[in-house]
Ligand binder design. Structure first.
Ligand code: G3P
Length: 206
């Protein structure tokens, strides 16, 4: 079971805190962190790091953009795309996907419903993550509230491995996700906001 921990822009997961977290997670297998672009160079030395986003532009005159080439050079192995906190149009997604492929980066496209899962599957990302926006950051997980959505999304994803996220916070959530057929989960607040993030992660993985 893959566990992707999204650092978002939480203070607890920025700068030196991002490095501390990455260090404490590095002993676990199948864990990937999504760090802010400014932290990738530091966390990628410690464990597999994805970016949280890339812009649909390549190297050149694009001041302020986050390029696939830049995150690759910083040590990222992949990127999240279209997170509900950073949505992209279908055309933008297409460009991001081809840039990610050009620079040999893995891709996880986030989708809000099974219709989107079906559309995004055509772009052939490495993973699709189903995340109902209204459950993000809360205590009710996608596996508790919407197991049907995971089942429906699995069908819609076809051969693309499906991940799920939003409100995931317990060992049971991970077990249910696995039982339903998801290949992994995306988690943020339950780990980052915990007093002892590494202990919480260990508990979830048991
Ligand atoms: O990318 C994962 C994230 O959106 C889930 O957030 O806080 O509900 O675990 P959270």
């Amino acid at each position: 079971m893959l566990v992707i921990i999204n650092f978002k822009t939480y203070k607890e997961a920025t700068g030196n805190n991002a490095v501390k977290l990455a260090k404490s997670f590095s002993k676990f297998r199948n864990v990937i962190v999504c760090a802010q672009a400014s932290d990738i160079a530091n966390t990628s030395n410690l464990l597999t790091t994805f970016a949280q986003h890339i812009d649909p532009v390549d190297v050149g005159m694009n001041t302020g953009s986050i390029t696939a080439f830049a995150i690759k050079s910083a040590g990222a192995r992949g990127t999240l795309l279209n997170h509900s906190e950073y949505r992209l149009s279908f055309e933008e997604l297409k460009s991001c996907l081809s840039l990610a492929k050009k620079y040999k980066l893995r891709t996880v496209i986030c989708a809000k419903d099974s219709e989107e899962v079906k559309r995004f599957a055509k772009l052939k990302p490495d993973f699709i993550a189903i995340e109902p926006k209204e459950l993000i950051g809360g205590k009710i997980s996608v596996t508790m509230a919407s197991p049907w959505l995971i089942t429906k999304s699995l069908k819609a994803a076809g051969r693309i491995p499906l991940l799920c996220g939003a409100g995931v916070h317990s060992k049971e959530d991970l077990l249910t996700a696995k039982k339903l057929g998801a290949k992994g989960v995306l988690i943020a607040s339950a780990i980052i906001k915990n007093k002892n993030p590494a202990k919480k992660l260990k508990e979830l993985l048991q």
